[in-house]
Design a protein around this ligand. Structure first.
Ligand code: BMA
Length: 877
């Protein structure tokens, strides 16, 4: 008889269907006294963990056993960690309960996330084995807990890498293959970027990465959820509130409240472990994306009642909004639209792709998540795509998106490869998808789920079998692309059942003839940087209905580089081409590609490092802004939504690195963050130059008139029509002289929520065919009732041909109140960056072009009288 383990004194005494005594549901975090050690070494001692939840790298760093893998090339020295087992151990006491309470209670250990192959032993008995870091597990430990004294909980994590290798070998018939990492990742349900990616180190960590709790209850609410339907009129909403109940409690009281005030409530009987009630909410407070309205969040509370007393309660915040993905044909262009409409408002979805914000997730604080999302919102962006090679993010991330009005595109966790389809794998995938959809479905910010990242692109590139006509799902499993069954059957069924109101997309990209079809679905546009390495000036030709990825690399802030150099500022490798700096760039061919785009566009040099960093950031900023500008131009209003959004690859980094990120690991924006922000301003102007050759006759090669036309358009992303004057000026780049100034349109109408072509005309020159255009800078301004509401400066390109002058009088003055930096100069200057040593000083804008006769103001925070602000610009060095 196991007297020492019999926590429930009389488990059979109370039939669970008609309990009389009920205990309140209590949740006790098991987060104390944890120690860890290497599992395959006899002599290794248990050491204290760094924090809880945690992972093995954080604990080894905290115990000074390994050096920080983010510094120098330490990553290389810590690879052994991923190939050995690790053991975590703690003790905890059993809750003391009265005799009556013991009768019908259950004790459950809830593991929110164990990364990945864990064997859990409680008081010497194995209670759980896991195979996915994404699946939360609950284990009934009622009969395992000790009545008195400490319980011992021990978790052993095996090497996920070696397990993956073994699975790959076990299924030799599967066509294993992937981009990034190695194929063992495809077999393992663990964050795929842990295997290394083209922006991240290989750090195969493990551990209890999410909380572990001990729950005591007789009956409990296992989930609170709902479906919602906001009427097209936006005047009413139907909310079907639901709970699932474990145990025999009989009633659930639902309360809906807003700003602390009750809006509706209802108590209902549970039946077969379920209770639901339909609420009609009239004049609902609607949740909007940032800039388009407020983000009111309702609270739904479900209280579990037994004999009138509350024994459990769960609350969730939610928002009511009507979210649709509009895919319809257009009269003048092929294919279909792909844009989001929230509360009947079509949104041009400028935004970013998101990767995990650290290699070691447990150390990302709630505040850091909030700061990241705030940066996105402050950058005039509306959407974040949670990319499939990372994790289903922490609640804090989505909470911040809900609060700040950022739409979320959520991928399922598959990326860049050919995933297997053997039964155990499919079963894991199914549970993982169900559990994570349930965890996230209340967030109003999530407006789309997608099956994977680029797995269809991988299928196309490898020529794996895919017959769109074949609708027999079971047969897909027999092909060399079995994962089609995951994306088009398993995930599709789950989404239909669990989130019928949210659009599910088979993959990103997906739609049309294939993944590169620019007329249907979304597109990853990598022909700038990867692929055919197009010039970024040609982004207009590379448009798609919704570009969910495109990008360009740039070096991070100098302080970020110094942070990873072992000797910081004094490190002998503190130069652009050094081996340590190269090591902190994981992209294939990065040296060549950065150099290619630099050399095509700018006069630049690798030294000094600060100016080189500036050059790469200028290049990235010009590149990304040009994509935004040219694609947003294709947002032309009802029936002409030729492009419905652009998401930059990528907003963030998981360590200090040179990558496509527009903000680095330490949340230091690169200059592209600001140029993208300007493009997504409520009102903006776009200008482009096009060369036209007009031969005098059919055969001549000598008598050709060359004209350079500028095209000007305005983008009004507000929901109000605007009437404005359009002023165009021209300047000689060498003398600084204004050579042209004219109001080219008066009272010009820019209708709401679209881009409108304004005018095109020849670059104003004194002498036709003299090549003068190449020294003329064109400045366009929009004035509404005399107030400047937008400006854009257009330069001859490539900029490397332009004889840029060093200004004699570039002033960057702090305004008297310290809230503005005012820039002015006597010659046109490209890309003036303001910089400040003091990290508490931040700027609202950066990298601006300046032409003579104007003062460009940049908002500044945290500055005072003594603050020293310096400038940098193209051609300075
Ligand atoms: C995209 C992404 C990532 C990758 C990026 C840059 O396609 O989906 O897999 O990091 O390209 O190469």
């Amino acid at each position: 008889m196991r007297t020492d383990h019999a926590f429930s004194s009389n488990p059979q005494s109370q039939p669970s269907t008609a309990p009389t005594n009920m205990t309140k549901h209590t949740i006790t975090p098991i987060n104390k006294n944890w120690t860890f050690k290497q599992g395959d070494k006899e002599d290794s001692k248990f050491l204290p963990v760094a924090q809880f939840p945690t992972n093995v790298h954080l604990d080894l760093i905290a115990n000074n056993i390994i050096a920080d893998p983010f510094i120098g090339k330490n990553e290389n020295d810590v690879q052994w960690i991923g190939e050995v087992p690790w053991v975590y151990k703690t003790t905890f006491t059993s809750p003391s309960l009265t005799k009556e309470e013991r009768g019908d209670i259950k004790a459950v250990l809830a593991f929110d996330g164990l990364d990945t192959y864990a064997t859990v032993v409680l008081n010497g008995e194995e209670i759980l084995k896991t195979e996915s870091m994404f699946i939360p597990d609950r284990v009934d430990v009622t009969t395992h807990l000790k009545k008195e004294g400490d319980n011992e909980l021990e978790i052993t994590f095996e090497s996920a890498y070696l397990k993956g290798c073994a699975i790959v070998e076990k299924y030799p018939d599967h066509h294993w293959g992937c981009w990034n990492g190695d194929t063992s990742r495809l077999a393992v349900r663990k964050a795929q970027y842990h295997w290394g990616w083209d922006w991240g180190p290989t750090l195969m960590t493990c551990g209890p990465w999410r909380p572990i709790n001990l729950e005591i209850f007789s009956s409990r609410i296992s989930d609170v959820y709902f479906t919602s339907d906001v009427d097209k009129s936006l005047r009413s909403a139907k909310l079907v509130a639901k709970t699932d109940v474990e145990g025999g409690a009989s009633d659930v009281a639902f309360t809906i409240s807003l700003d602390g005030k009750e809006v509706a409530s209802k108590t209902v009987k549970t039946s077969n472990g379920h209770a639901e009630h339909t609420f009609e909410i009239s004049d609902p407070a609607l949740w909007y994306p940032v800039r388009y309205g407020e983000q009111p969040l309702y609270t739904i509370t479900a209280s579990l009642l037994q004999s009138g007393s509350e024994i459990d309660q769960q609350t969730k915040k939610f928002g009511l909004r009507r979210a649709k993905l509009i895919q319809r044909s257009m009269p003048e262009q092929p294919g279909t639209t792909f844009f989001f409409e929230i509360n009947n408002i079509p949104i041009f979805c400028g935004g970013s792709d998101w990767i995990p914000a650290d290699n070691f997730i447990p150390r990302i604080s709630k505040e850091k998540y909030y700061d990241w999302v705030k940066l996105v919102a402050d950058g005039n962006q509306f959407m974040i795509r949670v990319w499939g090679g990372g994790i289903f993010e922490e609640q804090a991330f989505y909470d911040a998106c809900d609060e700040l009005g950022i739409l979320v595109w959520q991928d399922f966790m598959f990326g860049c490869g050919n995933y297997p389809g053997f039964p155990e794998f499919l079963a894991l995938v199914k549970t993982e998808a169900e559990e994570n959809v349930k965890l996230l479905r209340h967030h109003p910010s999530i407006v789309i789920w997608a099956g994977n990242n680029e797995d269809y692109q991988y299928q196309e590139s490898e020529g794996l079998t895919y017959d769109p006509e074949n609708k027999d799902a079971e047969s897909w499993l027999k092909t060399n692309f079995p994962a089609r069954y995951i994306y088009e059957k398993i995930l599709d069924d789950i989404c239909k059942e669990l989130i019928p109101d949210t659009y599910y997309h088979f993959g990103s990209p997906w739609g049309g003839k294939n993944t590169t079809d620019p007329t249907v679905g979304d597109l990853h546009q990598w022909n700038v940087w990867h692929g055919s390495q197009e010039k970024y000036q040609n982004f207009d030709k590379l448009v798609g209905r919704f570009v969910s990825e495109f990008g360009m690399e740039a070096f991070p802030n100098i302080k970020t580089i110094e942070s990873f150099l072992p000797l910081g500022k004094d490190d002998p490798d503190r130069f652009a081409q050094s081996s340590t700096v190269d090591f902190h760039n994981k992209a294939d061919g990065h040296e060549r590609r950065i150099a290619l785009y630099l050399v095509e566009n700018f006069r630049y040099a690798p030294d000094p490092l600060e100016q080189f960093i500036y050059s790469t950031q200028l290049m990235q900023a010009e590149c990304l802004a040009s994509a935004y500008r040219l694609w947003k131009r294709q947002w032309k209003g009802p029936g002409k939504e030729y492009c419905g959004g652009a998401l930059v690859w990528q907003i963030n980094d998981c360590w200090p690195v040179t990558s496509w990120a527009i903000v680095d690991y330490y949340l230091r924006p690169k200059h592209a963050y600001y140029t993208v922000k300007r493009e997504m301003a409520p009102i903006s102007l776009g200008v482009t130059r096009k060369e036209h050759m007009i031969p005098k006759d059919k055969h001549t090669r000598a008598y050709i008139e060359k004209k350079t036309k500028i095209e000007i358009w305005g983008s009004n992303l507000t929901l109000k029509d605007i009437t404005a004057d359009v002023v165009v000026k021209a300047f000689d780049v060498i003398s600084g002289k204004e050579t042209y100034s004219k109001t080219v349109k008066s009272d010009f109408l820019l209708p709401e929520n679209r881009s409108t072509e304004i005018i095109d005309f020849d670059v104003p020159v004194q002498h036709v065919n003299s090549g003068e255009e190449t020294r003329i800078v064109v400045a366009a301004y929009l004035y509404e009732e005399g107030v400047q509401i937008a400006r854009y400066i257009n330069w001859p390109e490539p900029l490397k041909y332009v004889h840029l002058q060093k200004p004699k009088h570039l002033t960057a003055e702090l305004s008297k109140d310290g809230k503005m930096v005012e820039l002015s100069a006597e010659v046109p200057i490209k890309g003036v960056a303001v910089e400040c040593e003091d990290e508490d000083v931040s700027f609202g804008d950066n990298l601006v072009d300046v032409v003579p006769g104007e003062v460009v103001s940049i908002a500044v925070k945290g500055a005072n009288k003594g603050t020293k602000i310096t400038t940098r610009y193209l051609g300075m060095v």
